[in-house]
Write a protein that binds this ligand. Sequence first.
Ligand code: CA
Length: 224
Amino acid sequence: MNILLVEDEPKLHDFVRKGLQQQGYQVQGAASGSEALELAAVHTFDLILLDIMLPGQTGFEVLENLKKFNVKTPVIILSALSTTENVIAGLDKGAVDYIKKPFDFGELLARIRAVTRKGATKTYIQYKIDHVRLDLIARKVWVAEQEVSLTKREFHLLETLMSDANRVISKTELAERVWEVHFDMGSNVIEVHISQLRKKLGIEEFIQTRVGIGYVIEGHLVCS
Ligand code: CA
């Protein structure tokens, strides 16, 4: 996932960028509204994190200009402007979420996941990476056009990893998203399921282990 981070305060910019990169997100930075618009016109981002008080044009103006340029990338505002009027203005101008500074980094990550999940379930019915194809409606999986029978849990695990291809997903996050538990359920449960899933897919290196961090599927994700 590719994120455009628009923040003019260098320390905060660095902090957010490093935190997101540690989670496996790709991050491009801009320190002003015009820089952000130039980048958004040339590159495709999955998400824009936008400050309001910026040199040159404000974040509100950036939102209006993005609309003019027909950029449909979801925008989350990160701002110290915390009045209800500002939040309403931001959402009315097209932002999908508004996070007040100072914010908790874990909350920012959860909101990013929520926004990107919404996009994924709304738009796509199929994921494909290399020879692995996953049908989100029929809940079926094929490897090189051979159907593979998975349990519900294995399917959900594969769906989660494929939807976030190229991002390392921690065991804690997998526990939350696949098992819907918010406590450490012991790494063994996840390891056993990953190992079963690998066996069934028959491609050992498709799901990669990042020791001490989590799991990742690398490759070009085609959503259709
Ligand atoms: Ca600022």
